[in-house]
Design a protein around this ligand. Sequence first.
Ligand code: SF4
Length: 449
Amino acid sequence: MIDDKTRILIGKYGGSVPRYTSYPTAVQFQKGIEPQHLEIQLAAVENSEAISLYIHIPFCHSLCHYCGCHTKITHKYDIISSYIDTLCREITLVASKIRAIPAVSRIHFGGGSPNYACTSDIAKILTTIKNSFFTTHNTQVDMECDPRLLNVTKIRELSSIGVRRISLGIQDFDERVQSAINRIQSFTEVRRHVEHLRDNHIADINFDLIVGLPEQTLQSIQETAKAVVILRPSRIAVFSYAHVPWMKKHQKLLEKYPFPSPETRYEMQNNISQILQSAGYQSIGIDHYALPKDSLFKAYKSGRLQRNFQGYTDDPATMILGFGLSAISQLKNSYIQNTLESREYRASIESGHLPVSKGVQLTDQDIQARKAIMHIMCDLELDLEKFPNLKVRHYQLSLMAQDRLVVQKGQKIKITKAGKPFTRVVASCFDPYLENAADNTGKRHAKAI
Ligand code: SF4
């Protein structure tokens, strides 16, 4: 049970706040960024830089009712194969704009459900990348997978084309929760996949869990956490469910079920954390856990941890090129997002134009705030002396210091153990965009707790 003091803190700081997987966040992206802007950025890439590629496969076979991703449900494979043909053309087109192609450190397939695509189509994408970019034996290929679409044959195929890290969306093993969210997958099925993955040289396995789903209880989430540690994935991410039915209408389908309260969500996060840490997992950032031998933990220990749209990462790349519908490229001084409209996407590429839809160009102030926010999100501390021009919401910070969520000594700010669940709120003290009331209506971001 949580005490009254914590209950008050949740009431005070548990409101809407960005996740800070990017800064500025996606709500600041505006129309008006032209393809030429991306072309200029691509032309300026130097071959000494580290880049990564994100490939978006926006298709699934059935809709999970909590889904917040850009995806479409389809049972017509020709739609997927035709999309992949266009995507390969996009890869070639983008590469043609880069004069000095750098080595690719990561290729990440996200979605949607990338493993819904035939392995031969994934191989086609990888071949296009190899022919257009510069890949080495150090280029790591990661893929998000829907466990319901995996089997031993698929795992062997993915291994044979070079996939070496797989993220499995577990969410919760409880049958009532799975029924409410329309995603049924048993522990036995997942255990079998984990065995097959390890037998096929894919030892780097991530699990994603979600806290705050309907029908979830303290008991159910603890059982899930205990089941997870039996399977010993190398990394576990424990995300908070974002209920945003004004953006994702299908989430309304969940509203007939009971949701855990913010206080229960807080307890759930604590309980999971205890179970995972007792089982030897190390806590990383605000919601990730990794075994000590995992590269994410090593990156964290050596101060190389980064945060991007996928969450925490040890990827050294500072530049990520996104391909496919809705994919976002993270560049030195901008974020640029592809169109969300499939017809527009295809038409742009067929006419030889980059399918840019919106984005944001960072000012010097934004670049400084991005560094500071990523620093606090990754290391849970910040030295303001290193950010002389940073706009700081000192009053909010002092309130959080009074509540012992942060400790401030001179210019150094450190988030306390009690403050860790409110890290995003601390980060928001360095986010000038939130001063704009239109961005702070509570309708644009998920709850902190
Ligand atoms: S598998 Fe993932 S992307 Fe597809 S509907 Fe479910 S949550 Fe959304």
